[in-house]
Design a protein around this ligand. Structure first.
Ligand SMILES: [Zn+2]
Length: 366
């Protein structure tokens, strides 16, 4: 199959064609120059890398419901927030099944990887690994050790299963705890991440030292805080839909202006489906609603390109014969391609990568 239209990847956005067989890119080039001389089926659309959902708490999918009134901290703050109470009441089987459903949904929507903050210590990390078995979404698992002060043995076992640690916030942890965790992550080439300035402003020093690999939210950060983080090169994961439920607004226009590396996530799976398509549309429309527009290009970068670079796999953000991973193919107009992706992408517009010949039914149920 030949897809003609717009190609979006790390090399930039361009018009061209992609020849695919069973989802794998065989060749790309300028329209009209492909090697098939009209012998293959031709469709119009937009081709881009799979998305990365850079911030989730998939375990929360075990209790999907309308968020109760009140501040977000009452719900999600460890160890006594509502979610931790409910998490402990759900059986491992229920949580595993809910996480698995979430991963299936992400797969069906063209998400290639997810960065999950998995609570509940080593057992929680093992449960997500088990839930992910056999799915085609790569799980970058940031676990959380439970014992304070940190039990080195527990941390070591956790890092044997997890890809790093994701903490609740700097202000909820002693500096020594953060240092021990960050050092252990560094020594084992794992990632250290934390939520920062989510409900109250925290001093930049508190979350930038020790240096994290990723910060999440930064809602209460000042312009100066954001400037320092942008200059530090530490990426910021933003989750506008989840924040909106509690009256909070990440200022994506400001982040764009400051040149911060922005990544997109869908946050707690109890409140919102882990849909990058919905997140993109909301992010774009809500910024326009506030008369602080953000460019579709920046949002496309945050969801489809920058996270692969952050993960150390820039090749996955390229549409080329060297990348064996199936790209995302969307039946969308190729004018203003980033705008189309941000505002119109939907599961039913995806051309299933694996078949190359069917139009619908992208899920590969076991
Ligand atoms: Zn979070």
């Amino acid at each position: 199959m030949i897809v003609e239209g717009a190609l979006i990847d790390l090399e930039g956005t361009r018009r061209g064609y992609v020849r695919l067989k069973e989802g794998v890119v065989l060749e790309t080039g300028s329209i009209g120059t492909d090697s098939t001389r009209g012998r293959e089926r031709r469709v119009r659309g937009i081709v881009l890398p799979r998305a990365v959902n850079t911030h989730t708490h998939l375990g929360d999918a075990a209790f999907p419901r309308e968020p109760p009134p009140g501040p977000v901290s009452r719900i999600v703050a460890p160890p006594n927030g509502i979610k931790f109470r409910i998490l402990s009441e759900r059986s491992p089987a229920e949580k595993r099944s809910a996480m698995r459903s979430s991963l299936r949904r992400m797969s069906a929507e063209g998400t290639g990887a997810v960065v999950d903050f998995r609570e509940e210590g080593l057992a929680g990390a093992r449960l997500l690994r088990s839930a992910a078995r056999g799915t085609d979404v790569e799980v970058v698992l940031l676990g959380r050790p439970l014992t304070r002060p940190v039990d080195r043995r527990e941390l070591s076992e956790l890092l044997g299963v997890a890809d790093g640690v994701g903490l609740s916030s700097a202000r909820e942890e002693e500096r020594s705890t953060r240092e021990t965790i960050a050092r252990a992550c560094r020594a084992r080439h794992k990632r250290y991440a934390l939520h920062a300035s989510e409900v109250v402003r925290e001093p930049v020093e508190d979350y930038l030292r020790p240096r994290p690999d990723l910060l999440v939210h930064m809602l209460r950060a000042t312009e100066e805080d954001l400037r320092i983080v942008a200059e530090s090169g530490v990426p910021i994961a933003v989750c506008p839909r989840s924040n909106a439920l509690f009256g909070l607004k990440p200022d994506l226009a400001r982040l764009e202006r400051l040149g911060a590396t922005v990544l997109l996530g869908t946050d707690n799976a109890m409140f919102s489906a882990p849909s990058i398509f919905r997140e993109l549309e909301f992010a774009y429309a809500s910024q326009r609603l506030r008369r602080r527009p953000v460019s579709p290009t920046m949002l496309v970068r945050a969801a489809f390109l920058a996270p692969w670079v952050w993960l150390g796999r820039p090749e996955r953000a390229r549409i080329s014969e060297e990348n064996p991973h199936p790209p995302l193919v969307l039946r969308l107009p190729d004018e203003d391609p980033e705008y189309q992706v941000v505002t119109r992408a939907a599961e039913h517009l995806m051309i299933p990568a694996a078949s190359g010949s069917r139009w619908t039914g992208p899920t590969d149920e076991e």
